[in-house]
Design a protein around this ligand. Structure first.
Ligand code: ATP
Ligand code: MG
Length: 555
């Protein structure tokens, strides 16, 4: 666990819970929930809400439910539900109960009859356009529908007939009867039920009326005895409706209370599920788990760890002010984690052949190299050294700029974990392209400095015969501007250079046992993750999670 996970920083929700515990408002219980709509994959913004809800419960020995807010059957699916369960678990959290708003459809229906009986809900035949037109504005009150004063008996009869399917979709809605002149537009007789003949992935065709979000959410929270119902700021104006529904239903005390926090806004990406879905459907990315996506599935494939994501969520904190978080902050968290925990290996992305003329033809030396410079407990590995090696093309320069510390003609460089070599000759093809370097090695320099001279540069290498072919994918930000949402069409600022695929790379032999999500530091190159999904038909694919240092600011 990182420092920030060990010592939670104060925030307004931790403060409120501490106060509630002190006054014994909920008998010292803390019950939260994470309520995703299963209409897409979870993203890093959801991770903030997950860490918050599950985290507050854990800190207080409380409970946290996973509840699917599944009241919009057309957009929802089992695939999304399964991905959400997988991602929450992967992030390291266990829910107390797994529920669905659809578990409560009967109860929600009964509550609606209760409101009708109390004269607090009515069946309205107004069209959606009429309802919108009569809603008024911030400065003008709304106008009552002609159906507002329909008698209770008639409302009850119509609502029951809505349920059994006597009316066409959209013919009627059920509205709460609150106050058409309320300064809060959410309180101007909001619609709480609509007729919609849509097959539901859990309840099938059992229902043709579906409850609306605001009405469903507070009752679901109350049924589950949630104490602190945490949502994002745009629901602040909905809180009076949340409280109104529970009050009119005489829900027993103590009731859940809604609290709002600022959603995560991350630069150079989008988080609306509609837009993420569009990126997937129109194939701008390879799927919800494309390593460039801000989804949990994408970040996982990119090489992010659950600990790094939790660390990020803790570091950004929880406030009531909307603000933008730089992508470099997320990258910082994964870099910290991988620097600490990933194995060091060598890989050459753009190989250039080096022949060691004074090294025996068939000799193979197994050099023993540490897997981590500071962590002996991560062990050592054998790296074969042979006559023909591969180094990075840009680790050699015929016309080096001043201060160049890599290999140049006539000079020495150290091969990481191996010997000092000197370049004696550059071999070119007929087009003038460098194809090979002829070098010699100094046998007395394994693990020691050469006598009487200093060798500054260290470069990485692999054995040509023992290394394995690989494809390496380098990723950049998905969009070219910090806030793609402010564009008329966010696709106009899609970064078409966000994926660079390098084939012909070579990785050291120890990577033959890379597994799903094995993460490495490729020495001097960055942090990389094995992509099990695309490593098929003999292909071996690695995704770059993040560079070694923050290079973005220099661009
Ligand atoms: P969209 O509007 O794109 O569909 P949503 O916010 O409606 O997204 P939900 O599945 O309803 O998505 O969200 C589940 C929970 O995650 C909610 O409590 C919501 O407030 C929270 N959440 C969603 N996006 C963010 C974000 N960017 N930052 C923090 N919390 C978020
Ligand atoms: Mg939603």
């Amino acid at each position: 666990m990182s420092q920030s996970e060990k010592q939670p920083a104060a925030n307004f929700l931790r403060h409120i819970i501490a106060e509630d515990n002190k006054s014994n408002k909920y008998n010292n219980k803390v019950a939260t929930r994470f309520p995703p709509e299963p209409n897409g994959y979870l993203h890093i913004g959801h991770a903030k809400s997950i860490c918050l809800n599950f985290g507050l419960a854990l800190e207080n020995q409380g409970t946290c439910n996973l509840r699917f807010d599944d009241t919009n059957p057309e957009k929802e699916s089992i695939e999304y539900m399964e991905s959400i369960e997988r991602d929450v678990k992967w992030l390291g959290f266990e829910w107390t109960g797994l529920y669905h708003a659809s578990d409560y459809f009967e109860k929600l229906y009964q509550c609606a009859e209760q409101l009708i009986n109390k004269g607090l809900a009515y069946v309205d035949s107004s069209t959606p356009d009429e309802i919108r037109e009569c809603r008024g504005t911030l400065t003008e009150p709304g106008k009552a529908s002609k159906d507002r004063d329909r008698p209770v008996e008639e409302n009850l009869d119509l609502f029951r007939r809505m349920r059994v399917g006597e009316f066409a979709d959209g013919a009627y809605v059920l509205r709460a009867k609150i106050d058409m002149a309320s300064p809060n537009i959410n309180m101007r007789d909001p619609v709480i039920y609509r007729i919609r003949r849509a097959h539901h992935h859990r309840t099938g065709d059992q229902w043709c009326i579906y409850p609306m979000y605001d009405y469903t959410h507070c009752i679901s929270d109350a049924i589950e005895n949630i104490t602190h119902s945490i949502c994002t700021l745009e629901f602040e104006d909905h809180r009076p409706l949340y409280d109104w529904v529970l009050e009119q239903l005489d829900w027993p005390q103590p009731r859940p209370h809604q609290y709002e926090f600022a959603r995560l806004q991350l630069e150079y990406t989008v988080m609306s599920k509609r837009k993420l879905n569009q990126l997937v459907m129109e194939k701008h990315v390879s799927g919800w788990d494309d390593p460039r996506m801000p989804t949990i599935a994408g970040l996982r494939r990119r090489g992010f760890t659950p600990a790094a994501i939790r660390d990020f969520c803790e570091r950004i904190g929880v406030t009531k002010q909307n603000s933008w978080i730089e992508m470099s902050m997320l990258e910082y968290c994964i870099r910290e984690d991988l620097n600490e925990n990933s194995l060091r290996v060598m890989a050459v992305l753009q190989p250039l052949r080096v022949v060691i003329d004074n090294y025996p033809e068939d000799k193979v030396e197994q050099l023993v190299i540490n897997n981590h410079p500071q962590k002996p407990e991560l062990g050592k590995r054998d790296v074969p050294f042979t006559k023909t090696l591969l180094i990075e093309q840009d680790d050699f320069d015929e016309n080096p700029p001043p201060g160049y510390k890599r290999l140049i003609l006539g000079e020495e460089v150290r091969l990481r974990g191996a010997y000092v070599i000197q370049c004696n000759e550059v071999v070119k093809d007929s087009s003038g392209q460098i194809v090979e370097l002829r070098c010699t090695y100094d046998p007395g320099t394994l693990g020691k400095n050469p006598e009487g001279r200093k060798v500054k540069g260290v470069i990485h290498w692999v054995s040509e015969t023992h290394s394995l072919p690989a494809e390496v994918r380098m990723y950049d930000r998905l969009f070219t501007v910090p806030n793609p949402d402010s564009e008329t069409n966010f696709l106009d600022v899609f970064n078409h250079n966000s994926l660079e695929t390098l084939s012909g790379c070579r990785v050291e032999a120890s990577l033959s046992n890379a597994q799903d999500n094995s993460r490495y530091q490729f020495e001097r190159l960055g942090y990389f993750c094995f992509d099990v999904k695309d490593s098929i038909n003999g292909k071996r694919v690695f995704n770059r999670a993040v560079t070694l240092r923050d290079t973005w600011d220099n661009k």
